[in-house]
Structure formats: C-alpha cells, structure tokens
Design a protein around this ligand. Structure first.
Ligand code: SF4
Ligand code: SF4
Length: 745
C-alpha cells in the first residue's frame, strides 16, 4: 500500500499550553517528511473529527497519527476501519503533560520522542486482513447435568443450534440423584423440589438441541468456528461441526475411602452425603450395618476438604447440603437427633435464612469443632471425639450413623500443570494453608474432549485441577480459545451458581462464534483483527512457538513446522517473542516495529546528563496504570520512554540489544503478576519474559556490562501508585551504574 500519513496534534486539554506544538509538528514534517501535519484545539470534537476525515477523503490520507490523549480514551471517536486505515495514537496528555512540568525542556523532549515513536510505528503498520473462514455457529455442550442443561437451553433460546453430549444414559446429572434441594427461592426457608425433570423434558422437546446420551467424545479437531467433534454412541459414531464448546462435565465426590480417620471403611455406619440422598429417596435413613432407622446422626463437615492432605479448598455446597439433610432426617422422624460439627458454617447470601431456620430446630445441634476421631463400639454405634469446640472443651458424641460431608473434584478432562504438593510453611495461618497447599492425589479424568492439539488432549489446569485461564478477568475462559468451562468443573459451586455459570459460559460461546465469524479476537484484545503471520521459509523447526503459545494455537507437522490455527489465537504475541528467527509478526505489531520505535528515541550525549530509559509496559495492567498516574497528576522522572506491549512475553531480546547499543542507559520491563495466583492475561507471558531476561542479565554479566541496566517487575493495576517510585528507584540505580558506555557510538 502507498502510504499517506496524516499527523494530527491536539492542543486541547492543556496540551497546547504545556508544549511547543510547532516544534512537535517539526518532528513530523522535517525529521520524518510527513506532508500533512495539522493541529486542532479539540480533535475529539465534531470539527476535529471532520478535519481528519476530510483529509482522508480529499488528500488520500490512509494512515493516521493522532497525538493527544491516551489511546485508551475517546476510542469511539478515533475509530477507523483497521482494514483500511492503520492508526497510531501518541499519548501526550496522560503520559506527558499531566505528569511533567509545562514548558520544560525535558517535557518537550519526552513529547517529541513519543511523536518519533508514533511516526515510526505508523510508517510500518499495514492494514489488517481479518482471517476469514466459514464459521459454524452451533454450540457443543459437554455434560447433561444442571449446568449443561441450562447452557443448552440458554443457547437454544438465544437462537443457536446446540449439540448436547452426556456420558450417562439419562440427562440430569447429580441433580437427578438429589431427593430435594436446599431453598433456592424466596422465602429461602424450606427445602424444595429440584425441578430437574421439567428441565430435562424441555431439553428433549427443543428442536434446536440434539441430544446424545450414553455418548463419548472420541475426538475434537479444529479450532473455534470449525471444530469437528466425533461422538460415539451405541457403537456408531457421528462427526458434527460446531463453533464453540461449553465444557460442563461437572464433578465427582471426593473419594471417601481416603477418609479412614473419619471412620469411612472402618464402620459401615459412616456414610457420605451422596449416600444420604439415596436414603432420602428410599424414604428410610437406614444405617447400613443392620438396616435400622438411625435415631442419632452426626454430620462431619469439611470431610476431606480444607485439608492439606486431601482437598485444600472449600467445595461451598456441603454446609448447606448437611443442613438440608439434617432437615430430611428431622422431617422424617421428629424423635431423631442430628449433630452437625463444622469448621466454619459457610452459608452465603440468602442461604443464611435457611441456616437460621435450621438453628431453630430443637433436634438439630450445631457446634464448631475439630473431629479428632471416629470409632465404633461393639454395637456398631459410633463415638465421635471433638476438640476445640466453641466452648473450648473436648466433647464426645455418640451416634448411630455418621455422615461425611465430602467435597467436589472436577470431572472435566484436564492436563494438570504443577499439581504438586506444596507443604505450607510451619506456623502459617489456616487460610494460607488452604490457599497454598496442593492436592496430594486428586484423580483427574483426562478423557473428555480428546482434543487433537499439539499441546495435549484436554484443558490445562492449575494446581487444584480446575481449568483456568484468568481467575479475575475471564472467568469462563479456559486456555483453549472457544472452549468455556462452566459449573462444578470450573470451580466448586451449588446448583444456583451452576445456572448462572451456564448462562455466562454460553454467552461467551455465542460471543466467540460471532466475533470469530467477523475475523475478530475475543478478549482481552476484543475486536483485534490482527493475527500472527509466519515467514515459513526461514523457520528452523525449533518448536518454540508451538511449545510456548499459552493457548495451543499451533499444531505441528511431522517435521516440526508450526501449523497455525488463527481462530485459536488470542493475539498476545508471545510466539513473536519466542521465535529466535523473528519470523512471526502481525501486520500492525512486530519485532521490527517495536525495535524501530526503540531506535527512534533520541539519546542525548553523555555530557548533557540526561539519561534515557526505555520502559516496556504490558498494555493490560502496567500501561493503564500509567494512565491513572497521569490522571492523578503524579509526577515522575522525565527520562523514561514508555513503549506498550501486548504482553511482556513479546519481548524479543534484540530490543534489549538494540537499546543498549544505541546508548539507552536502562531497560525496564513491567508485566503482570505471575505464579499460581497469576494475573498475566496470557497466563505465562510475564513469567516467560522474566526467564528470558534472566538469561540476558547473565550474558551482560559475562560481558562485564552491568546487568543492573535491565530490570523486570510485576505490577497489578491497583498498584498504579507504585509506578513513580519504581521509575525513581530505577533511575537511581542507573545513576549509580553510570552512563551506558555505548552512548555516542
Ligand atoms: S499470538 Fe499468542 S495466542 Fe496467538 S499464536 Fe502467538 S502465542 Fe499463541
Ligand atoms: S519459533 Fe520460529 S523458527 Fe521456531 S518453529 Fe516457530 S516459527 Fe519456526
């Protein structure tokens, strides 16, 4: 494309009073020979927009540089078709005049450097060509429990065709096995019918939903918008094409045979909460040893939950289930006595109303305590020793039956990364233990989707075995684009939460097929039409891209060549940073573009005593944090030059080498937090950057160049106020280290 760049400088919001606009325009017109460079007191107003659009029509401007407010502001005004008009925005307001003194030499130099970087980038950006393929809008729902059924119904109501696959012969899942539910509707005081039967009927009669029961997914090939799913049922198999997948494969109860210390397997009269539902359905709470109705029943809460040796987490449904089952027993036999021994009674929201109602029952005794032992006497009765009760005393309770409130283990097929045992530090508080201890032996079924992805057949998960992509920002996302986890396979929850979860994940699935059909990315780079382009003739089959893409975008041929599946891509650019040959680029973002921006920074001579630092900031948390700093008018060192990156995982070491050889004194990289509680929007980008930069530092040390010149930090957006201190601290280090010896060469 023949480029015609138009540069538009906004002098509003105080920019015109703080900066020499003519000098800034000179950078464009003289240094970069840009023919069209105009300024306006309010580019975001009607007149300003008309000025730019007029130049597009009359002057043939086809690439736009807008120097004014942050690119995160006024996006509705400065919104041009990226397939025709590449646009770059130069942040003069938040990053220059709002946090640096007006009419100051250093402030002006900062603005001019940002202008140079913007011009270089605009000069190299190409119009985007969205990936286009025929997209199927069918939603596949895996699992026919409450979550899957809700998801199928929601998707069908929204107009999607649905394929629902359930491994059991009947739909309904665990809900169909419950006798009743704890209250889910006002006045939240009485146990109620589950309502699952009518939902199952609704699914079966909905012509938009094709149901496979007693079925298994043999294989899932392809990518969002074009998954080919092979389903086997009754000895035959069908292949269906779907656009997105809701993974609602549910949960399994924690294996009670591991709870011998609570009497399970030792006494037949120690049963689980799942077994009590069956008893309730049979109309008799018969203890297994002799079939007699149990007149005294002890419920032990958190049986194998919130326990570093079993499930370290809370399953959230078991407290209310025990309250409900206590009511079953009392409603069935008003002479029966029930005891509930809990670590904490967790009854959130309106559930508290039901808890209070149960407390009013004279036959139900609730106490906080730790169960020390469960033993059986010769008459098959049970003796429960409890310590640390609310009264601070040890107590002993005798019962005819004990019920263990066991927790949930996800049933979704997953690949567990780092599911290691982490011993909590000695003396660490209970909460910490709960958060940090890993499961010792969670059994992980890994046979749900059978993806034909190079990175493995199931969904990657973190230490607790739940599939995960970003626990704060993208709750239903898994690390496989277009596949959304919902319900108890995503995290422990009750049926009410499953219904909400199903709606959320279904909306995501619909959003996925809609955006994919337009060639657009989903979040976090929603609507981005760029995707990686590989210059394959220089590929060395090193496999770094296929290994490091957090979302499994690339398959691989037998020689090790990457085979892209663009609709799986989240446009993070991590593969771009990983490719040693630098052959992975986006039309508007590449190693060359960022490298050229670095090279565009003017580096003053050493005797001017104006050091220069380039700060690569992740666009997800660190860059917006800097905007907040600007909005709050907090000042910081003017020698920092910020370049936003899609993710810190994009960093190519050549940028560091280029910066240092140009005489830049320091390089700062700020990305999202990583580790188990990561906030990196692309899972591992900032972690990878840290790893790569450690290698750079080792090299610098070997070359007797000061490795202190390179620093990698993590920052979350709520820590924006730390940024000025981070900059000041780094500049102090740079002053101590002294000027870059390459300066001036
Ligand atoms: S840009 Fe990110 S999501 Fe896309 S292929 Fe590269 S590493 Fe994977
Ligand atoms: S990282 Fe680059 S060189 Fe290596 S396999 Fe991928 S594209 Fe080829």
């Amino acid at each position: 494309m023949d480029k015609k760049i138009g540069v538009y400088i906004c002098s509003g919001c105080g920019i015109g009073e703080a900066l020499d606009i003519d000098a800034l325009a000179e950078v464009a017109t003289s240094e970069y020979s840009i023919p069209i460079c105009k300024n306006h007191p309010a580019l975001c107003g009607k007149e300003g927009s008309a000025l730019i659009e007029g130049d597009m029509k009359k002057e043939g401007v086809n690439t736009v540089v807008i120097a004014g407010c942050s690119p995160r502001e006024k996006t509705e005004v400065f919104s041009y078709d990226p397939t025709a008009i590449p646009m770059e925005r130069v942040n003069l307001r938040e990053h220059v005049i709002w946090c640096h003194p007006p009419n100051d030499e250093d402030t002006q130099m900062l603005a001019e450097d940002y202008m140079r970087m913007g011009l270089v980038k605009a000069g190299k950006m190409e119009p985007l060509e969205p990936f286009s393929e025929e997209i199927d809008r069918t939603v596949l729902v895996v699992g026919g429990g409450i979550t899957g059924i809700t998801s199928a119904l929601d998707a069908a109501k929204a107009g999607s065709d649905v394929v629902l696959v359930e491994k059991e012969q009947e739909l309904g899942g665990w809900m169909a096995k419950l006798w009743k539910e704890y209250p889910k509707t006002p006045p939240y005081t009485d146990i109620q019918e589950t309502g699952i039967d009518s939902m199952v009927k609704e699914v079966k009669s909905n012509t938009k939903i094709k149901v496979y029961t007693g079925a298994k997914i043999e294989k899932t090939e392809g990518a969002p918008g074009m998954f080919d799913v092979t389903i086997s049922q009754n000895g035959s198999s069908d292949t269906v094409r779907v656009g997105a997948i809701v993974e609602a494969a549910g949960w399994q109860p924690y294996d009670a045979t591991k709870l011998e210390h609570l009497g399970f397997g030792i006494s037949p009269n120690v049963v689980t909460n799942v077994m009590v539902e069956e008893m309730a359905s049979n109309g008799k709470f018969a203890r297994p040893s002799d079939g007699k109705e149990a007149k005294s029943v002890v419920f032990i809460q958190c049986a194998g939950s919130r326990d570093k040796d079993h499930l370290p987490y809370c399953s959230s449904y078991c407290c209310l289930t025990s309250l409900k089952q206590a009511k079953y027993i009392r409603d069935h036999d008003s002479d029966a006595k029930v005891y509930i021994i809990y670590k904490d009674m967790r009854t959130l929201g309106q559930n508290e109303i039901f808890y209070k109602k149960v407390q009013e029952d004279d036959g139900i005794f609730l106490t906080k305590g730790e169960v020390v032992s469960v033993s059986e006497d010769p008459g098959n009765n049970l003796v429960i020793d409890v310590d640390n009760t609310l009264l601070g005393e040890k107590i002993q309770v005798n019962a005819e039956m004990v019920v263990l409130a066991t927790g949930m283990v996800p049933s979704v097929g997953i690949e567990v990364e780092g599911a290691t045992v982490e011993e909590p530090e000695e003396g660490a508080e209970e909460k910490k233990e709960e958060e940090e201890a890993g499961p010792t032996d969670i059994i992980i079924p890994s046979d749900t989707l059978n993806l034909t992805y190079r990175q493995g057949p199931e969904l990657p998960a973190l230490k607790y075995g739940f599939p995960d992509s970003h626990y704060i920002c993208f709750p239903y996302e898994t690390r496989r684009t277009g596949i959304y986890a919902a319900g108890c396979g995503r995290q422990p929850m009750d049926s009410a939460a499953c219904i909400d979860d199903a709606a959320g994940a279904t909306l995501k699935a619909i959003q996925c097929v809609e955006l994919t059909s337009q060639g657009k990315a989903l979040h976090p780079r929603s609507w981005d039409m760029s995707y990686p382009d590989l210059y394959m003739s220089r590929c060395t089959q090193c496999k770094r891209c296929t290994e490091e893409c957090p979302f499994g975008m690339y398959n691989e041929d037998e020689k090790g060549n990457p085979l892209p599946n663009p609709t799986r891509c989240r446009r993070c650019g991590i593969c771009m940073g990983s490719c040693p040959e630098r052959i992975i680029s986006f039309k508007d973002y590449s190693v060359d573009i960022i490298g050229s921006m670095v090279k565009a920074i003017e580096v003053p001579d050493e005797d001017e005593e104006k050091p220069r630092v380039v700060a690569f900031l992740c666009e997800n948390d660190a860059y917006p944090s800097m905007d907040i700093v600007g909005r709050k008018r907090i000042s910081y060192n003017p020698y920092i030059r910020v370049i936003p990156l899609r993710c810190l995982g994009n960093v190519n070491l050549v940028w560091v080498a280029d910066a240092l050889s140009k005489g830049i004194d320091g390089i700062l990289l700020i990305g999202c937090k990583y580790g188990d509680d990561y906030q990196c929007h692309y899972i591992k980008g900032s972690e990878l950057a840290n790893y790569r930069l450690e290698k750079v530092k080792e090299t610098l040390d070997r070359l007797v160049l000061e490795s202190e010149r390179v620093r990698v930090l993590e920052l979350s957006i709520d820590e924006y106020d730390k940024l000025p201190g981070i900059f000041d601290d780094f500049m102090e280090t740079i002053e101590e280290v002294g000027p870059n010896p390459y300066k001036g060469f």
